[in-house]
Design a protein around this ligand. Structure first.
Ligand code: SF4
Length: 343
């Protein structure tokens, strides 16, 4: 496979037609294979170990999202982005598992929830938990902006390791330090969600506080844990904070759609994944190329950074994806379509 244009590795332009995409993917593979055997002494060491693999993946993703990237080249890169990303994630999971001790705080004490003006309170997870479609594997916004940074990738991996641990033991046998740390993270997320809702109210927009489960990756791959988490968010917030999940994972069928708002994502009216949506879930659509569907609760028009696709077809549309610069957040768009219990 030959690509004509250039990407930048170590600030030097690499001509794809000299080395080709297969070469760069096998470079990531080699580096990740070696890195998976390395025990890390701290976070910086982890990032240094994956620096080159992360840099190649980052460059590929950036090239795919570049406005100057021709469609044919973009399609070739997008076909390999999911593989490139998950090679890094799976290798990190293997290597960190060799010795969790230096990462105890990062896995159990802090960072499970992310906080951002754009997304609010969210959970980041590795893409290796996804069952991607042909379109979302490379088209996912996890390959955009800051989500493609090594530090963001590592954050998803730490969350995966936390859940893997909690799933492997009876919750009541978990040492109280780990359990209490995790509960205090839930309480902090609840407080933040409430403060966001208060800020929206100050600006004249009244809505319920909320926490988005799985902002990147699929928490739904672990439905028992996800149900447990949403139940505890409800209990610990006295029913004042909602849990929301976006998913297209087959295990979504095991989610408790009474204890959380489930937005099940399809890619067309005929998407066979519909069968995985639990009773009570809302169907939403990834509208690739901007093509919207009438039969869903909301269409998310494909957009990457400042690149928006014009809508074709008909149906309810997420205003953030129509004009991201005008309305970059749900609150700025005065929209709660995804977070309503009834539509
Ligand atoms: S449809 Fe409304 S609530 Fe859903 S993501 Fe878009 S702006 Fe937010």
């Amino acid at each position: 496979m030959k690509l004509k244009n250039k990407i930048f590795i170590r600030q030097k332009p690499i001509k794809w037609n000299e080395l080709g995409l297969d070469f760069w993917i096998s470079e990531i593979e080699c580096k990740c294979k070696a890195a998976s055997k390395v025990e890390h002494s701290n976070f910086n060491h982890l990032i240094e170990t994956y620096h080159e693999a992360g840099r190649i993946y980052f460059s590929l993703a950036a090239r795919s999202r570049s406005r100057s990237c021709p469609p044919e080249e973009k399609a070739q890169i997008d076909n390999r982005l999911f593989l490139a990303r998950t090679l890094i994630e799976n290798s990190m999971i293997e290597s960190i598992s060799l010795n969790l001790d230096p990462f105890f705080d990062l896995i159990f004490k802090k960072g499970f929830f992310g906080y951002s003006t754009k997304q609010g309170v969210t959970v980041r997870f590795p893409l290796s938990t996804c069952k991607p479609t042909k379109r979302c594997g490379g088209g996912c916004y996890a390959h955009d902006g800051r989500d493609k940074h090594l530090v963001s990738i590592a954050r998803g991996v730490f969350n995966f390791l936390a859940i893997q641990y909690f799933q492997s033991v009876n919750f009541f046998e978990i040492p109280s330090t780990k359990r209490d740390y995790f509960f205090s993270q839930i309480d902090k997320a609840i407080d933040y969600a409430k403060s966001e809702a208060n800020a929206a109210e100050v600006n004249g927009y009244i809505r319920r506080p909320r926490i988005r489960l799985s902002h990147v990756g699929e928490l739904a791959a672990y439905p028992e844990f996800t149900n447990w988490l949403s139940k505890h968010i409800t209990e610990r917030s006295d029913g004042t904070v909602d849990s929301i999940i976006y998913t297209r994972h087959p295990n979504a069928s095991k989610l408790d759609a009474q204890s959380m708002i489930v937005n099940f994502t399809v890619e067309s009216n005929l998407d066979i994944r519909k069968k995985y949506a639990p009773i009570g879930a809302h169907l939403v659509a990834s509208s690739w190329g901007g093509h919207a569907y009438e039969s869903v609760s909301v269409n998310f028009l494909e957009h990457h950074g400042r690149t928006n696709f014009q809508m074709t077809g008909a149906g309810p549309v997420c205003p953030v994806t129509v004009n991201h610069e005008l309305t970059p957040t749900c609150d700025s768009a005065r929209c709660s379509r995804c977070f309503s219990t009834s539509r």
